[in-house]
Design a protein around this ligand. Structure first.
Ligand code: HEC
Length: 122
């Protein structure tokens, strides 16, 4: 490593640092927001929605013991950042005909925070 980094490298580094801090999601806030989701998404067998434990990186409609809609079964998604973001923002636009009775979260920062919490939910 050179002892001094050049102007361009330094600018790139600063840019990367500031991008991280802007994007830094707030897990605690996500947890608070998740309480709305938890009305349906719990571990209970009679829960309205499937458990979201370990949802990050999992395939859609992957739980054996939950009766998903045909729409969700056919969606064939992996719940990564992009797919979760789109689904949480507008469930019907992302998976047309799915039966999650939830309108979506419009605030992009709130969505990021919820996703950060989901990543920690294992
Ligand atoms: C009123 C009940 C309800 C609320 C509130 C709700 N969901 Fe759901 N959710 C469901 C149901 C029911 C399904 C299954 C949909 C289907 O099979 O078509 C589902 C499915 C999902 C899935 C796909 C699960 C899988 O295994 O593929 C994700 C991800 C999800 N919800 C996230 C959320 C998040 C995040 C929130 C809060 C912002 C939320 N949901 C709020 C009922 C709800």
């Amino acid at each position: 490593m050179p002892r001094r980094i050049g102007g361009a490298a330094r600018a790139a580094l600063l840019l990367a640092l500031s991008a991280t801090s802007v994007a830094a999601a707030d897990v605690e806030h996500g947890k608070a927001l998740y309480q709305t989701c938890a009305a349906c998404h719990t571990e209970r067998p009679d829960a309205l929605g499937p458990s979201l434990k370990g949802i990050f990186g999992r395939k859609s409609a992957a739980l054996e013991d939950f009766r998903y809609s045909n729409a969700m079964r056919r969606a064939n998604l992996v719940w990564d950042d992009a797919n979760l973001r789109a689904y949480i923002q507008d469930p019907q636009a992302k998976v047309k005909g799915n039966r999650m009775p939830y309108g979506g979260v419009t605030d992009a920062k709130d969505v990021d925070d919820i996703i950060a919490y989901l990543k920690a939910l294992n």
